[in-house]
Design a protein around this ligand. Structure first.
Ligand SMILES: [Zn+2]
Length: 93
């Protein structure tokens, strides 16, 4: 479970460079390392794995929102208010 903010969707150049260096150290050629690391700082790879609608109210999710891994590694997301609603200790029936 975690909280996603706009920062998580910004391009992470440092992460990409890190991966590039790591691949070089692992023995890849410069060209291969560049190809393989391209996009690793790209936030859209993350975006594809994420739910776009709130699991509770089914409305479109906006940042920031809460997510966690459900069954079968499916990710589910909640508006912060909806997650708070879910975690209320006493649920009225
Ligand atoms: Zn919601």
């Amino acid at each position: 479970m975690g909280l996603l903010t706009e920062k998580d969707f910004q391009h992470d150049t440092e992460k990409e460079l890190d991966r590039y260096q790591g691949l070089l150290e692992a023995g890849l050629s410069e060209e291969e390392a560049r190809k393989s690391s391209a996009g690793s700082g790209d936030p859209w790879t993350l975006w594809h794995k994420l739910p776009h609608d709130c699991f509770l109210c089914h409305k479109k999710l906006t940042l920031p929102f809460i997510y966690w891994h459900g069954v079968d590694d499916q990710m589910i997301g909640f508006h912060i208010q909806c997650a708070e609603h879910l975690s209320e200790p006493s649920q009225k029936t």
